[in-house]
Design a protein. Structure first.
Length: 265
């Protein structure tokens, strides 16, 4: 078929996110779906310096989720107030091609389903016919299975292939069942074995990994004047910077701050 096909299995990545953020089952399924969507988008980046982010805010302001990834397959994210899912609101996607020309697309959330919202985003913002089946199953604090199937029609695709792609996607209405039964490689063999050529198939290995570090946070700290930092330390006892993606606190005392600025000399 004249389509771009991606089959994802992201169970381990979602379990890593659950451990980092101590998520309940509902929040884990919501964030896990967005992490899977981000892993797909990151895998489509064409530049080594490329990056993508997806931010979702519920209409009533009760929940926010944000995920980001890069061309190396480092995916990270967080969710706040997602105990009851995300209701209404908007999804914003930012794609950076690595050459300072970010593309920003926004669409209104029509469903609690990551699959339906991602399809709507591609239809409205990128005008690319895209079929998405993403699913995450979490039980008692552990991700049992996560992943999905994404098919995009290529330019010049015949009407026959459009119908065939739509028919094939019907197999993935309950995508978590298919993932539990076959896994990503099994789905590829079972449903697409006769359609793919070995030379046109490549693998990527996304992982939950934050790109923050103390060195990077130090550069952020130094964007504030020494006087202001010392005032914060006087009032709060320390300067603390929290990374939402890896749930890490970076703390700086007076000695740390003075050493940062002393190194400039």
């Amino acid at each position: 078929m004249q389509v771009s096909l991606s089959v994802l299995e992201t169970t381990e990545m979602v379990n890593d996110a659950i451990k980092v953020h101590n998520l309940d089952d509902t929040a884990a399924e919501t964030l896990g779906g967005l992490l899977t969507a981000c892993a797909y988008m990151a895998g489509c980046l064409k530049s080594e310096r490329g990056a993508v982010s997806i931010t979702v805010k519920s209409g009533d302001g009760s929940a926010t989720a944000s995920v980001s990834g890069d061309s190396e397959g480092h995916i990270r994210g967080y969710i706040e107030g997602g105990e009851y899912g995300l209701k209404g609101g908007y999804m914003t996607v930012v794609k950076d091609d690595g050459f300072y020309r970010p593309f920003v697309g926004t669409c209104e959330l029509k469903s609690a389903s990551v699959s339906e919202n991602l399809m709507q985003y591609y239809h409205i913002s990128e005008q690319i016919p895209t079929a998405v089946a993403i699913g995450v199953k979490v039980k008692n604090g552990r991700c049992v299975t996560a992943g999905g199937v994404v098919m995009q029609l290529l330019p010049g695709t015949t009407e026959y292939n459009m119908d065939k792609a739509e028919e094939t996607m019907q197999n993935f209405v309950k995508i978590t069942d298919e993932l539990e039964k076959f896994g990503a490689e099994g789905i590829l063999r079972e449903y697409f074995g006769g359609e793919t050529k070995e030379k046109s198939v490549y693998e990527t290995f996304p992982e939950y990994k934050c790109n923050c570090s103390r060195k990077k946070i130090e550069r952020v700290i130094k964007s504030v004047s020494l006087a202001d930092l010392l005032k914060i330390i006087e009032e709060d006892g320390e300067v603390s910077v929290h990374c939402h993606y890896c749930n890490t606190d970076y703390k700086f005392g007076e000695k740390d701050v003075r050493e940062l600025f002393a190194n400039d000399g």
